[in-house]
Design a protein around this ligand. Structure first.
Ligand SMILES: [Zn+2]
Ligand SMILES: [Zn+2]
Length: 799
């Protein structure tokens, strides 16, 4: 009987589905294990082989944990709001819901074809009103607590998508979706106060088992820095700057305002060159943030002639500039410039011929700024102090005079939480001219999307929903007067902020999640997904989770205890796989030719799970050959109702030990190698390999190649599923593969030394000695008179 995966893979998938074998029981008394994949956006292109790597890995671990006796929760769902479906709707007039449903059906079929053991009874879709009812519920809770507020603010605006973008959606100054250069535009927005959680988001990273790179990225994104806010008097007005280097204050030779800083306009009457300044402000509006902060040497700016700032530390009058390398939304929108000790200020000062005063010794400032710390010079009474002491002393000195206060600054900005688009969760608020902003009553959730004829954004900054009077015009829930609905929708990140909770209790109509079930299954024990989500989804979800903790919905402060990033599968040419490059490999093709198990085992074998590795068709064939050999070997041994030989037992125990340990560290590739090593060793010893050994090998191979394992298990005559078996234990004693050097003497002279296993019998050792080529040379044609064994490792032959 040959290995013919086509003959049985579908059969097993159907059996599993019919018997609901992967359904999670929330009333189980077993210990829980929650293994989660980052749920996908159901794109029209479906999945290619690259998408399966993470899913196969979590599937293997889920199957392992089930055999180890855990109550495993391993769900799947769809992050389905977002621009691609909406852009498709604009192009074709098809409702986004229709195309989304089609895409979901397709991807779900692909996942089932790959034999992934999800509990499909818990499937969720973020665009389903029964789901987003609770997304809206969370938003209203945040609104109640003052964490959601309206703000007119400069936002990143994509002129092509005609919508605002979060900073995270701007890549290299371009729209992440369509690569159009992003502009700045003032627009009314809903904003979530994530900054209120900055310290907790930072501090709680400590206890997480996450890749250090991801933690580092979150730390940098939050960007906490301790320093001081220092006040410069400019024409009687206060200009506040934030600095982490108050020790360099004597070297401050000018200050710079961001073009958006409202103070610029306030000084209008005093500024002598207003026309030039106003020109500059207009030019800045055309630049993207990326252009403004990029490392280009050519920094631009204009001096505000007619006004001067006073350096509070020495009373010196210094010039004031407006320059676009300073951004309005970082710090105070104004900086003190210390050209001797800051690179950007140095470049700027060189260009505009401004004074450069060295105040920190330790570097050479003739060609570049010295940005390190050191001992103060040119700083009057503070000379001789080191930087850290000087920071304290200078701030204390100014604090007494009311010119400084200690301050902690964050790079993290509040989260712009609205989109001027159709295909998102409607923000459940109502604008009433009498009552102000009024929440939609909880009893009226979900607030569904109306059907529309056109999905085109208005481009005026309002969402297409604004064009539907039947939907927009409502009665105020408080005073019953005419009022209008909020027409912005939530950003695509909203639904993924809490989906992992809903999997636990997906059909609950009366509350977001049952408390008891939440306590049982949370936190997520293992979360696997791409490294690109280091700061977006993972930071937002942590923020929402902490909020839900504060309002007593969840019992843990952090949602994802352990996080691992899956490395990409690159195309055969080493490039990233993408539909547009035409270099994707279809999972259907691989499955049709080699079977699902080959796809699964190959993706795990191709290299370390966390690395990016190129697809290799030869490698796929190699794995397919291996599965064939393993199949044949198991088949040959199926009736071996004897005990395995010592060698086989030892290798069996070593293999169980290795695979059990490697899987804990997600070393899938070395696990597969261990199976290969075993087979290389055992293949010729089918007459020493018992059926019991084969059963154990199949049990530990089952998570990798579940179809093949179930099929062989039943061929061995078992009536149950192999996955109902316990994960095999190994015997540490039996794994010892001790070797010694057997010395062979002939007539008292050493003729050979052979490495042998130390647990061999006298007869076995004699056999080995007599079959050595070197020994044969000496004894050929001679009469052996005596063979003496001197334990433990000497064989003496007398001829
Ligand atoms: Zn765009
Ligand atoms: Zn009202």
């Amino acid at each position: 009987m040959k290995y013919e995966p086509k003959n049985f893979e579908k059969k097993w998938q159907q059996k599993w589905e019919k018997d609901n074998v992967f359904k999670t029981d929330e009333n189980s008394a077993k210990n829980k294990c929650y293994i989660l994949d980052m749920f996908p956006y159901p794109s029209g292109a479906g999945l290619h082989v690259g998408h399966f790597k993470g899913y196969v890995a979590t599937d293997i671990l889920s199957r392992l944990r089930r055999m180890q006796g855990y109550n495993v929760l391993h769900p799947m769902g769809w992050d389905a709001f977002g621009l691609p479906a909406e852009n498709y709707a604009i192009k074709t007039g098809t409702h986004p819901e229709i195309i989304t449903k089609e895409n979901i059906q397709n991807i779900k079929r692909q996942m089932k074809d790959a034999g992934l053991s999800f509990d499909w009874s818990r499937e969720i879709d973020t665009t389903d009103p029964d789901y987003f009812k609770w997304t809206q519920w969370i938003f209203l809770k945040m609104f109640e607590k003052g964490l959601a507020y309206e703000s007119e603010m400069p936002i990143n605006w994509c002129p092509s998508c005609k919508t605002g973008l979060a900073n995270e959606e701007v890549v290299n100054g371009e729209c992440e979706r369509c690569s159009t250069p992003v502009e700045q535009k003032n627009i009314r927005q809903w904003v979530l106060k994530i900054t209120e959680y900055a310290d907790r988001l930072l501090d709680d990273l400590e206890g997480l088992d996450w890749p250090s790179k991801v933690k580092e990225m979150q730390k940098n994104w939050i960007g906490k820095s301790e320093g001081a806010e220092i006040t410069f008097k400019v024409d009687g007005k206060d200009v506040k700057v934030f600095t982490t280097r108050p020790d360099t204050l004597f070297g401050c030779t000018y200050i710079v305002l961001a073009p958006e800083n409202k103070l610029v306009l306030e000084f209008k009457d005093e500024i002598l060159n207003w026309e030039e300044v106003s020109d500059y402000l207009n030019k800045t509006k055309l630049k993207t943030e990326r252009e403004r902060i990029s490392e280009v040497k050519d920094k631009t700016g204009v001096e505000l002639k007619g006004i001067k700032a006073i350096n509070p530390i020495n009373g010196k009058e210094i010039p004031v500039f407006v320059a676009d390398y300073v951004l309005a939304h970082y710090g105070t929108g104004a900086v003190m410039a210390v050209p001797a000790h800051d690179e950007r200020d140095f470049e700027f000062a060189k260009k505009f011929n401004l004074e450069i005063i060295e105040v920190i010794s330790g570097g050479d400032i003739s060609n570049e700024a010295y940005t390190g710390e050191g001992v103060l010079i040119n700083s009057n009474d503070f000379n001789g102090l080191d930087s850290s002491m000087a920071k304290t002393k200078i701030v204390e000195f100014l604090e007494e005079k009311g010119f400084a206060k200690k301050e902690i600054n964050y790079k993290l900005r509040d989260w712009i939480f609205s989109r001027q688009r159709y295909w998102g969760e409607p923000i459940p608020l109502i604008h009433c001219s009498k009552c102000g902003i009024v929440p939609v009553p909880y009893s009226e959730l979900p607030l569904k999307l109306p059907s529309v004829k056109s999905y085109e954004p208005t481009g005026t900054g309002e969402s297409p929903l604004a064009n539907i009077p039947e939907w927009v015009n409502v009665k105020c829930p408080v005073c019953n007067e005419d009022a209008k609905r909020e027409t912005n929708t939530m950003p695509q990140w909203a639904g993924s902020c809490w989906y992992y909770l809903r999997f636990i209790d997906p059909k609950n109509e009366i509350e977001i999640i049952n408390k008891k079930d939440e306590e049982h299954f949370m936190p997520v024990d293992l979360y696997v997904g791409g490294a690109e989500h280091a700061v977006l989804h993972l930071l937002y979800a942590r923020f929402w989770h902490k909020f839900l903790y504060d309002i007593n919905v969840v019992s843990e402060k952090e949602p994802f205890k352990k996080l691992r990033n899956v490395g990409l599968i690159l195309a055969e040419d080493g490039q990233k796989m993408s539909k547009s490059k035409g270099n994707t490999v279809s999972s259907e093709d691989v499955i049709n030719e080699y079977g699902v198990d080959t796809l699964r085992v190959y993706e795990m074998f191709m290299g370390p799970f966390f690395d990016a590795i190129a697809w290799n068709t030869q490698g796929v064939k190699g794995v397919y050959r291996f599965l064939n050999r393993l199949w044949d070997f198991c088949y040959k041994c199926k009736d071996n109702n004897f005990e395995s030989s010592k060698d086989i037992l030892r290798e069996e125990n070593i293999l169980i030990k290795k695979v059990s340990e490697y899987l804990e560290e997600m070393k899938f590739n070395t696990s597969v190698s261990a199976f290969m090593e075993f087979l290389n060793f055992a293949e010729k010893k089918d007459n020493e390999t018992s059926r019991k050994t084969i059963e154990n090998i199949l049990k530990i191979f089952y998570p990798f190649a579940p179809h093949m394992a179930e099929e062989l298990w039943s061929i061995l005559g078992n009536q149950n599923y192999i996955h109902e078996e316990k994960w095999p234990e190994y015997n540490e004693e039996l794994t010892k593969r001790d070797v010694m050097e057997l010395v062979v003497q002939i007539n008292g002279k050493v003729r050979d030394k052979i490495e042998v296993s130390s647990n061999l019998s006298k007869d076995e050792l004699e056999k080995i000695a007599l079959s050595s080529e070197k020994v044969i040379k000496w004894i050929e044609g001679k009469e052996i008179r005596k063979i003496i064994f001197i334990p433990p490792k000497l064989i003496s032959i007398v001829i």
